[in-house]
Design a protein around this ligand. Sequence first.
Ligand SMILES: C[S@@+](CC[C@H](N)C(=O)[O-])C[C@H]1O[C@@H](n2cnc3c(N)ncnc32)[C@H](O)[C@@H]1O
Length: 278
Amino acid sequence: MKALDQFNEQTLSEENAKKYLNEREFIDYLSIPAEDRRSQMLALLEKPIANFTVINELFFRSKWAELIHKLYGENPITLLEVASGDADMIPQAMACSNPGSVYIAANMNKLLNESLLSKTKDLDLKVILVDDDAINIKKHVGGKAADIIAFQHGVNDVVQAILCDQVGVDTIYSDWMETLPKMIEIMQNEVRQETLEQNVKPIFLGLIGYLLETLKEDGIIAINHYMFQLDLDWGYPAELFENFMPVVRKWLAELNLCKEIFIDHFDEQWWIFLKKNI
Ligand SMILES: C[S@@+](CC[C@H](N)C(=O)[O-])C[C@H]1O[C@@H](n2cnc3c(N)ncnc32)[C@H](O)[C@@H]1O
């Protein structure tokens, strides 16, 4: 697979770890021999993610902070994350790099929402949880509210939720991991029958259109993706999983409300950035 990013010694440094990890995580980091930190980082960059270590957290928090700094320096910002689940890389990064910011999550799954609130409760951020479909976001936070709208490994989940909805599989009250085998079966069928585009694209582009209304004029939609080994082991169609960004990029090209921009050091295989057409 194409590497997620170039290996960067600075990301792994003690100074960076101190900045982006909490006290307990930093102790954990220090307990990993330097050589193992390096091999864990290389595995993360070069293979589907199979292990969940503090090095993963360090990499993703640093990468999101790098993006926010490139765009807004250290100023407080408002960021809306769509389909966050209980993944907290972005709010953790923001609390370290842009304290005092506003973090909004639009997320539908009840159990993951509880977990996200618990993980973010002590951060130096204003956290707003919108327990609703992101398509309704404007009703909750208004227009032109966000500097960044982020999908942190969230596009595949949005696509899966759209398809589940079409066949009556609950993704709101269920345990996401228990539902995952069924979702994977649905994705396999979509690929086999070549129906993914017709079943998902109009709804997905509709969602992006609504989200653009909540984006500030000079804001950006930032989408990233990577692969989990577990999903592949459970039969997730590998070519689609690896190429989610190229597939979605083709759909997005049809939307005349926004245009794609490219940012140095953020690989096109794994990242998409959109600016509003104004
Ligand atoms: C597995 S979770 C976490 C995904 C996370 N971004 C990650 O790092 O993998 C997927 C979440 O996406 C949410 N989701 C999917 N489509 C959504 C939508 N249209 N609006 C809000 N949340 C959505 C689900 O409710 C669920 O909580």
